[in-house]
Design a protein around this ligand. Structure first.
Ligand code: ADP
Ligand code: ZN
Length: 730
């Protein structure tokens, strides 16, 4: 980049988050501005937020160029961040303005800092001392010099707010105005470390040494659930803090629980900054600003936390790195795990990818020596991996419309007798996946999508899992109008709840599925209550596979282990393997050994066999060999192109035109497949067609894709989106 400072009147190029494909020229404001400054600029009649991205182009009538209105009172964007956003935009073929929007997703960044009242110790002496007053003053003395809000102080002292106000009147406490966005409390890296096992200690030392190099590096930290990975990476966080650099721990949204924050607090003495959908707007703004000025040492957040303006990022942990929710599937299509590696490489930071069941991508990178590999071999303490077995459903006598085999039933009964918890796992929300009319055979489908409506008995509605459309459960067939002939086909978790309750009428049964809660908080509360052990049998979807401890759980019964093996998804086997291992890992966390039983109609299937044998390396190696032979990720590159339009003819014609004019792709040896109807060919009334581009690993795919797509003029209501490294094939 050019100069890093612009004097008043100099031309600057400003990037805004508005959908424009170029930088805009402005004159630097009075007092000048730095490269990277966040500014407010006039755009037509509006004022918008932007970043000084470089010198102005000057190819525009200078007299018409307007001035930057003002420089915002936030830390300027650092060079590394501009490089990161630029490279991420190039990688994902996303316009830069959309990347900037991701990086400025905090409300009121342009607002003047707002103030609030805080209270601190003063010299006055109260007329008389009471216990309550003593408590308040005691808190302030303990935190020597710190100030708190009225509510905080009263809560910490365990007294009413009037006590504090009384002390203010006597001059023993001073009331003052302070900015609302306050620095996060300092974390103490040496506060609460645990005594580590030999495995853990060796892993922690490797990570500390890697951090001390001050260079980029990625480590795959592998170990079964409960093996103590979190303890190990918290040691890396501690080292990062000691070095005065900032750390970020990314978790899948669903795993962001109070439980984890409490663990961090127990380790470092104070809570970290948080960044996820459950955080209030004011707290979001505080987090963004404090991260930017280096006053937040550790952020625990969901994938978009990667776009926070860290000043000195030294470490990023991606926990459950295989989790598909790291891929953002709407708007900017990016994979936070991959972008983490990019950002760390630019920043000279370390990355820790933690998982019990790594993605094949990460496994292959470790295998090729690009990532360091650390493994925790055993579970921490007494807990051992559960015993795994298959229940061959071909040999079981299960009545129609029921799914629990006699073998599984007996195993659950045995746990009930011992007062232990069982989990019945089925990765299907709702009551039944299909609603069929017994008179005419009609299946109820969504009006806007090519998908069946799923009955949700709890909500008393039918729901489309593609677009979310719901309608009341009809009593009449919408096709033949027969009365009361609609019937549910196939199981969902709600229906499993009924079946299990009928089998075990005296047991306490709880169904865990995301639809059953009004809010994420209610769901987390319920999960925590279940983990405490108040429930005998848990019926759950993949929600339970993620990040929660159920210490009393000793049996996992998987209703349909074959479910994920169907379908054309390239990652079907990998996903099934991961999910089944994760679910199985829920059993036997404390000191009672666990058992996992998989109901399957194909016990001889390779994936099922490797799940049972627990020979992970064999599974990865076989899966890797297959993908290598097919030239697909991670051994080849892919991009998905999704075209959608209300007009089915138009979208197919356009897709065919794209496939025909594929010169830019052919020049790099890439192939185009399609157009084909997307697996869900209609969503929200839009017809969807997909093309798939395959290339060799070393081919410059993005450049070729950009040239290729750039040849076409899009019809007005046609949308085109390019998905690099697609994860889902919808
Ligand atoms: P993972 O992240 O691999 O699932 P955790 O780090 O959460 O494993 O550890 C599992 C459980 O064991 C947690 O309750 C944790 O507090 C405990 N634990 C792990 N390591 C230690 C240790 N060194 N000392 C005491 N408890 C530990
Ligand atoms: Zn729909």
């Amino acid at each position: 980049m050019t100069d890093s400072y612009f004097h008043e009147g100099d031309l600057v190029g400003v990037l805004t988050a508005q959908p424009l494909d170029r930088l805009l020229d402005y004159k630097a404001p009075e007092g000048g501005c730095h490269l990277g400054a966040f500014v407010e600029v006039p755009l037509g009649p509006r004022k918008v937020l932007g970043v000084v991205w470089g010198a102005g182009q000057g190819d525009y009538d200078r007299s018409k160029i307007r001035s930057v209105i003002r420089v915002l009172d936030v830390a300027p964007m650092r060079d590394e961040m501009r490089v990161f956003l630029t490279r991420a935009a190039e990688y994902t073929l996303t316009p830069l303005h959309a990347m900037l929007r991701l990086a400025t997703r905090a409300p009121g960044l342009g607002d003047a800092p707002s103030m609030r009242k805080v209270y601190r110790l003063a010299d006055g002496v109260p007329d008389r001392m009471t216990d309550a007053r003593e408590k308040v003053l005691g808190v302030l003395r303990d935190y020597g010099g710190l100030s708190f809000t009225l509510k905080e102080l009263a809560e910490m002292a365990g007294v009413g707010t009037s006590v504090v106000k009384g002390l203010v009147k006597h001059g023993a406490i001073r009331e003052e105005e302070a900015p609302r966005d306050t620095p996060y409390p300092k974390l103490d890296p040496d506060y609460g470390g645990k005594e580590l096992s030999a495995d853990q200690a060796a892993g922690a030392e490797t990570l500390r040494a890697a951090l001390r190099t001050d260079k980029y590096g990625t480590t795959l930290l592998k170990g079964v659930t409960g093996s103590g990975k979190t303890e190990v990476y918290l040691e890396a966080v501690a080292e990062c803090l000691r070095m005065g650099r900032q750390a970020l721990v990314l978790l899948p949204e669903i795993a962001l629980s109070g439980e984890f924050i409490n663990r961090v607090e127990a380790r470092f003495g104070m809570k970290p900054a948080e960044w996820h959908s459950g955080v209030t707007m004011t707290e979001r703004r505080r987090c963004w600003r404090m991260v930017g000025q280096g006053d937040a040492q550790l952020v625990v957040g969901a994938r978009s936390a990667l776009f926070l303006p860290f000043q000195n990022l030294g470490l990023v942990v991606v926990d459950e790195e295989h989790d598909t929710s790291y891929k953002q599937e709407e708007g900017v299509l990016y994979n936070a795990r991959d972008m983490t590696v990019l950002r760390a490489a630019i920043n000279g930071a370390q990355v820790v990818l933690a998982s019990a069941t790594p993605s094949l991508e990460s496994w292959a990178n470790a295998d090729a020596g690009k990532y360091r590999r650390l493994e925790l071999k055993s579970r921490f303490g007494a807990a051992v991996m559960p015993k795994m077995s298959a229940i061959d459903m071909r040999a079981e006598d299960v009545p129609g419309g029921k799914w629990v085999s006699p073998t599984l039933r007996a195993a659950i009964a045995a746990r009930l007798e011992k007062g232990e918890q069982s989990l019945v796992f089925l990765n299907r929300r709702g009551y039944a996946p299909i609603t069929i009319c017994r008179a005419c055979g009609h299946q109820i489908a969504c009006d806007h999508c090519d998908a069946r409506m799923v009955e949700h008995r709890f909500l008393k509605r039918l729901m489309c899992h593609q677009c979310g459309e719901t309608k009341p459960m009809p009593t009449q067939c919408p096709h033949c109008e027969a009365e009361d002939r609609l019937s549910a086909v196939g199981p969902g978790v709600e229906r499993m709840g009924e079946e299990v309750t009928a089998l075990f009428p005296d047991a306490k049964v709880a169904v865990l599925s995301s639809d059953l809660y009004g809010s994420a908080r209610a769901m987390k509360a319920h999960i925590e209550e279940i983990a405490e052990g108040g429930t005998d049998i848990i019926i759950g979807t993949q929600l339970v596979a993620k990040g929660h401890n159920f210490p009393k759980l000793t049996l996992v019964g998987v209703i349909d282990a074959d479910l994920g093996l169907q379908g054309s998804d390239l990652r079907a086997a990998e996903r099934t393997f991961q999910l089944m291992r994760q679910v199985a890992g829920r059993a036997g966390r404390a000191d009672t050994p666990g058992e996992a039983m998989l109901q399957t109609y194909q016990p001889e299937h390779g994936v099922i066999r490797s799940i049972l044998s627990g020979d992970e390396e064999a599974f990865w190696a076989a899966e890797a060999a297959e993908r290598k032979a097919a030239g697909v990720p991670p051994y080849g590159r892919m991009a998905g192109i999704i075209l959608s339009s209300p007009n089915v003819q138009e979208v197919f014609d356009f897709g065919s035109e794209m496939a025909r004019r594929d010169d830019p792709l052919r020049r790099i040896g890439a192939q185009v497949f399609g157009p084909a109807p997307a697996p869900i060919a209609r969503v929200r009334g839009r017809h969807r067609v997909r093309l798939l581009v395959k290339a060799e690993k070393s081919a410059p795919l993005q450049r070729a894709l950009a040239q290729w797509a750039g040849q076409f003029r899009l019809p007005k209501d046609l949308r085109l989106s390019i998905d690099i490294d697609p994860q889902s094939f919808y």
